[in-house]
Design a protein around this ligand. Structure first.
Ligand code: TEU
Ligand code: CA
Length: 540
């Protein structure tokens, strides 16, 4: 537990507590359930777990609406359960990263209840309140990501309050010093319990423009990859005033200084912005901000193949001193990887190997190690308010949040003994359950092999990375560490192709990392690559 740099190159396994393992038969996953599955996670070979929120919450956004930052929701267990989880995880060599949702609280948080009571109470300025314009309309044109205006009228105060997400997730006012202190105090509570780091929810949404300026229009932009413009008007604005303010970085620096008192505490910030590479850099450069960041750059439907290569290359070119990325391929907010990228078993193997070879500390979302496809749900089954509002253009996030399948022949695939679980286990997931993948050729075994081999290759953990010039759908790069150079080549397509090695490169030996055997080309300048081929080799 002593290496303060443990997070550099670590693999983080994301757990969505509602859907991992139910221990008390109420159909909802909980902390004791997670504890019972820790040996599975340790076996997988990851370094850390990141737990999505388990704090007290009215669960309107399933925990991302916190009503008490310093307690466990009874649905998930107790503080003692969390302490036990921490102890058992540490005992198995797993670090524990928890989610901090600082940008907003639940509307039933005592702070907000007090704040909305009148305009003079001690917390009157803790949230973002503003008068209506003369015609009664909201103070600015800012929009909520989940639909509609970012302003909600409050009859009690006869003012609007701001919310980037649900109306029941009012934004805290970071221009208020007391708010910043209260949030640091909440973080300290968990640090004192012994957590190893924080995943910071919407870490560039903390601060809003104090002058309340309107966002400029953005037209109805097509995605860079040519896909249809978003049906959510949120995308039709340039978000220059409702987030990513200069003072936001100042808070992040303050947070870092505060965390520096606890050696080895890692922060990974979730950032959402149009220039997502630029903001990944801005929030880590210089080493006095976040340890690492991730964005939605690789989390879109079309964002696969060459897109992945181009995004990572752009990042490596723009990265400055101190910058360290995390490249998740999925999470609890987006369609499951297998469906989103239309990936079959061969493709999933290559994406996994690629994700574990690029520079950074990747997050692997629960169930991706099984190759789960997106669960199909009817409108009636939906739980996610985002999906219920946006249906059918966007079906919401429930399809990636259904329970983990553990055992094919058990009720609810071993997730729960309840008759009805909060979301059903997907029909298509039973055959992919953990107990069906114990054989050496399964995707699960492939993940295990990649993860275990990776640990033996310091060059993959800490090495530099140089992206090689583009050729077809091939993503090729060189990792280098202590004078050794590792060539990584991925054919991100179902068609065979030939890869011409860079001028100075001569393959010396294949690395001990799961990869496809080369059909031809060993010792030559051209590597003949089969569909979805992976080559990881030491070069001179
Ligand atoms: O997500 C922030 C965010 O940008 C997402 O809402 C994203 O735009 C969307 O989910 C894409 O499908 C974080 C959490 O990860 C999410 O679960 C929360 O709902 C949100 O913050 C509000 O706290
Ligand atoms: Ca339960």
């Amino acid at each position: 537990q002593s290496d303060p740099d443990w997070w550099r190159g670590a693999v983080i396994y994301q757990i969505y507590p509602r859907s991992y393992q139910d221990s008390n038969d109420d159909g909802i996953g909980d902390l004791q359930g997670i504890i019972s599955r820790l040996p599975y996670i340790a076996d997988l070979g990851v370094d850390a777990i990141w737990l999505s929120p388990f704090f007290k919450s009215p669960m309107k956004d399933f925990g991302y609406d916190v009503s008490d930052y310093c307690d466990v929701d009874p649905m998930f267990g107790t503080l003692d359960d969390f302490k036990m989880l921490l102890k058992k995880a540490h005992g198995l060599g797993l670090r524990v990263v928890i989610d901090q949702v600082m940008s907003h609280t639940a509307d039933v948080h005592p702070w907000f209840i007090e704040s909305r009571a009148d305009k003079v109470n001690p917390k009157a300025d803790w949230y973002v309140w503003a008068d209506a314009k003369d015609d009664g309309t909201p103070p600015t044109n800012w929009m909520s990501i989940f639909g509609g205006s970012a302003w909600q009228w409050d009859t009690r105060r006869e003012q609007y309050y701001m919310h980037n997400f649900l109306t029941s997730q009012p934004d805290l006012n970071f221009h208020n010093e007391e708010v910043q202190l209260a949030l640091l105090e909440a973080a300290q509570f968990w640090l004192d319990l012994g957590v190893d780091g924080f995943r910071l929810d919407t870490a560039n949404f903390y601060v809003h423009d104090q002058l309340l300026r309107n966002n400029p229009p953005n037209g109805r932009p097509k995605e860079a990859d040519g896909s249809a413009p978003s049906s959510n008007p949120y995308a039709w604005q340039k978000h220059v005033y409702d987030k990513s303010q200069p003072e936001n970085i100042v808070f992040v620096q303050r947070l870092r200084q505060f965390l520096n008192r606890y050696p080895g505490i890692m922060t990974v910030g979730e950032l959402g912005d149009d220039d997502s590479i630029g903001i990944m850099v801005a929030y880590t450069e210089g080493g006095d901000k976040l340890n690492m960041t991730y964005t939605f750059k690789l989390l879109g439907e079309m964002h696969k193949g060459v897109w992945v290569r181009n995004a990572i290359e752009e990042y490596e070119l723009r990265a400055k001193e101190g910058c360290w990325p995390s490249w998740p391929l999925s999470n609890h907010d987006v369609m499951r990887l297998a469906t989103r990228w239309e990936a079959d078993d061969a493709a999933l193997r290559t994406y996994a190997a690629m994700q574990l070879c690029v520079r950074g500390s990747p997050c692997v979302y629960q169930g991706d190690e099984l190759g789960l496809p997106e669960a199909e749900l009817t409108f009636e089954q939906l739980q996610d308010p985002y999906g219920i509002t946006m249906w059918p253009a966007f079906k919401g996030r429930d399809g990636c949040r259904t329970p983990m399948p553990w055992a094919k022949n058990e009720l609810n695939a071993g997730f729960s003994r309840a008759e009805k679980t909060w979301l059903p286990v997907a029909e298509t997931h039973f055959d992919l359950a953990v107990d069906q993948q114990s054989h050496a050729n399964s995707l699960l075994s492939h993940y295990q092999n990649c993860l275990h081999q990776r640990k033996q290759l310091p060059v993959l953990l800490k090495g530099t990375m140089q992206v090689l010039p583009a050729q077809d759908d091939i993503f090729a790069f060189v990792r280098a560490f202590e004078g050794k150079r590792l060539l990584c080549v991925f054919n991100l397509a179902a068609t065979p192709t030939t890869y011409r090695l860079p001028n100075d490169a001569v393959i010396q030996a294949f690395a001990d990392f799961p990869q496809t055997e080369l059909a031809a080309g060993i010792g030559q300048k051209d590597l003949v690559l089969s569909a979805w081929q992976t080559v990881v080799a030491w070069i001179e």
